[in-house]
Design a protein around this ligand. Structure first.
Ligand code: ZN
Length: 210
């Protein structure tokens, strides 16, 4: 039902396209071709519209996607006051809707957009690379390395414990190349004997999971 691999490809392609080379990704670098990203606050100032008009009377959400104001214009508006680790996930989530070409907003689309955001914010292939270098991957690590919120980091750990790293992707190698400098500088290999240990640990954790 879900095409995890395809969504991962879309997230990785977006990182490649934006030429992002380090983590945590600076919020300013989160963009999407053909999409204007602006804060409500700035958009209100620029257009002279009130917040109510912009949000169409909805309660002010963290962010949302707006289409059809003008032909061919897609807008992602976010609430500047809620900026922080969670906002980055929210922005990637909205970009995920665009990249996955979602036509509606049912539960399936929401899950897909969350998965896209999780892969853009903390690509599995890089977590795998860093793990192989002898670093312990846990919630704290994910928050520190990728700037994830605690909630997002916990979800990611849950995913990794459940599925491990068996899902490889066609863009794994290119993504690794793009972040090679960052990884080599920040996470130089600790030992040469870590590889198997890590996978043993992961397997043990997975046994507990079930
Ligand atoms: Zn959504």
């Amino acid at each position: 039902m879900f095409e995890w691999s395809k969504i991962t490809s879309l997230a990785y392609l977006t990182l490649l396209e934006l030429n992002i080379q380090e983590f945590p990704i600076p919020a300013k670098k989160i963009k999407c071709k053909g999409v204007m990203i602006s804060s409500y606050q700035n958009y209100a100032k620029k257009t002279g519209l009130s917040m109510d008009e912009i949000t169409l009377g909805h309660e002010l959400e963290d962010a949302f996607l707006l289409k059809g104001l003008r032909p061919g214009l897609t807008l992602i508006l976010y609430n500047k006051e809620k900026y922080g680790p969670r906002m980055k996930h929210t922005l990637w989530h909205e970009i995920g809707h665009v990249k996955c070409e979602h036509k509606k907003h049912s539960e399936k689309e929401e899950i897909e957009a969350h998965f896209f955001a999780a892969q853009a914010n903390a690509p599995n292939v890089l977590i795998k690379t860093i793990a192989k270098r002898g670093y312990k991957i846990d919630v704290h690590f994910l928050m520190e390395c990728f700037g994830l919120s605690e909630e997002a980091a916990q979800k990611k750990m849950g995913y990794l414990n459940k599925y491990g790293f068996e899902h490889s992707n066609e863009y794994d190698d290119i993504v690794q190349m793009q972040f090679a400098n960052y990884i080599d500088t920040k996470y130089p290999p600790k030992t040469k004997y870590f590889y198997d240990d890590y996978y043993d640990d992961l397997d043990r954790e997975r046994e507990n999971w079930y």
